[in-house]
Ligand binder design. Structure first.
Ligand SMILES: [Zn+2]
Length: 77
């Protein structure tokens, strides 16, 4: 980087984009295929978990089973 001004712009912009991305993740509602519980995944669990396209391998907060959860069609809890 020759231009320090570019860094001054890029760092806050990437921080904001990161926060928006994380905020968006934590709003996504997943449904447990075993018991049907709908829940939101914590962003760090989201990042740590495996995924199959839209589906995520998450631990259900109700039955405690770790399974492949699909994004819920209803995003309201
Ligand atoms: Zn469950």
């Amino acid at each position: 980087m020759d231009n320090p001004l570019l860094l001054i712009i890029i760092i806050p912009v990437s921080l904001i984009l990161g926060l928006v991305f994380v905020g968006d993740i934590s709003k996504t509602v997943y449904a447990c295929p075993k018991c049907g519980t709908r829940f939101r995944a914590k962003w760090y669990k989201y990042l740590l978990s495996g995924h199959y396209g839209e589906d995520k391998v998450l631990k259900c907060p109700k039955c405690g089973k770790k399974c492949r959860c699909a994004v819920s069609y209803d995003q309201k809890l």
